[in-house]
Design a protein around this ligand. Sequence first.
Ligand code: NAD
Length: 512
Amino acid sequence: MSTPHADEILQSLDIAVDSSGVVSGVGVETWSSSGGEPIESRDPTTGAVIARVRGADRASYDRVVDAARVRFEEWRMRPAPARGEAVRRLGELLRAHKRALGALISLEVGKIRSEGLGEVQEMIDICDFAVGLSRQLYGRTIASERARHRLMEQWLPLGPVAVISAFNFPMAVWSWNAAVALVCGDTCVWKPSPLAPLCSVAVHNLCQQALAEHDAGGALSLCVGGAELGGWMADDDRFPLVSFTGSIPAGREVATRVARRLGRSLLELGGNNAAIVLDDARLDLAVRAITFGAAGTAGQRCTTTRRVFVQRGLAPRLREALVRAYGSIEIGDPLADGVLMGPLVTPAAVDAYRAAVATAREQGGEVLTGGEVLDRPGNFVTPTVIAAPAHDRFPIAWEETFAPILYLFEVDDLEQAIGWQNAVPQGLSSAVFTESMRAAEQFLAACGSDCGIANVNAGTSGAEIGGAFGGEKQTGGGRESGSDAWRAYMRRQTATVNWGDELPLAQGVRFL
Ligand code: NAD
């Protein structure tokens, strides 16, 4: 292990590395520990290999999924508040290990320390939410048209859920699914990103401790691997639901395979998020929100601000303020004090950044700040602002490049800004900055933002767990986390009870 913090972080999480540098998770039936090739975990800050994690082969994958099915038969019959107790314990363990888990996120995917800690806090928050939810899985009673009949709608556990997650929220995305699915009575098998296997092992080990204390081993399990393993899950009839978070092309493939077997998929795919800044906006708010939204997490959030539509009157001041704010972003080791931007996740991500900047220039964009790959170990680039020509003549802005590149467009008015914002295929997050109540309401109306998330005087990035999270169009339509997103993890049953002596038929039909 050649990264300075790595030993300490792994030890503080009781992650055992054997003499050949391979890490194992705990549990036999909950962890695909045999057969597959070890997957390398690399530190994006130095490029060094941190450790290797054993991947799943087909036999160990089948064993884990079978165990999740067996556990489901029992788990679904426990009262939901009792299921919530296991989630409560998981939340306690996450609290106790918050600092180390946050540091591991920084180590493995390059998030700065406070964002790594924020991601762990998000897991804690969703556990708290799920504990409360375990007493609120409400159904409805409906007035029956038949005498002495009761008509009701109830929600029942669905089955084992496959959770396939992306690298950029290597723990939190799993927790949005797992904490809620558990209280709903489902079991979960997690396939994390192969770019963040250590994060998944750390969380898995804490899960096994929490579940063991509640005699619920097997309710949460882990299979480490890449796209092939994800494909097995998509095709697997043992999963009534596949929850997929990742890029649009991979999501399209997963959704197609799940649909072929008439399974259900929950899709959280790529975004291409915009902030609209009107002439009357508070410039200070807009600049802070855009800078965090565009350069935070090195531009590697699904909700990253990628496009800004600024009204012409404010455009010169916004440009200048953004360039100044970008100049103050310290780049470096994500665990070092004062650093605001860490590395990109892989050298391939650096290549995609470089290619997008070059294409933007070819298409008429002017780099106002950034645009450089840093000459140092690790995957470091500079956060970039590009003044763009008209949106319809700048196709690079229609794609999601997973890097800190912000395109700045000038617009005449709110209508043009909303039109351009909504023109792209993705529909995740959006924001408007204005002091006008009328403009804010227009942005939130049916003629306004077409995204799953729409904010006024708050940036595109940084959602709370209380709301349902997700987006429209090619972002996939899924909703996870808070509000009533839990319904995706249950099956709905309409039940009628006749407590009378007659058998009236609905719609007045007479028979016999
Ligand atoms: P990715 O699509 O490369 O990988 C995501 C996951 O899918 C990984 O676990 C990967 O191994 C697996 N996978 C890849 N191809 C697959 C296939 N053909 N079949 C089955 N599984 C497959 O994405 P990434 O680079 O890890 O993450 C970045 C992307 O995820 C961005 O597009 C980002 O916007 C998106 N994302 C979306 C949300 C959201 O909530 N909408 C959240 C986080 C990330």
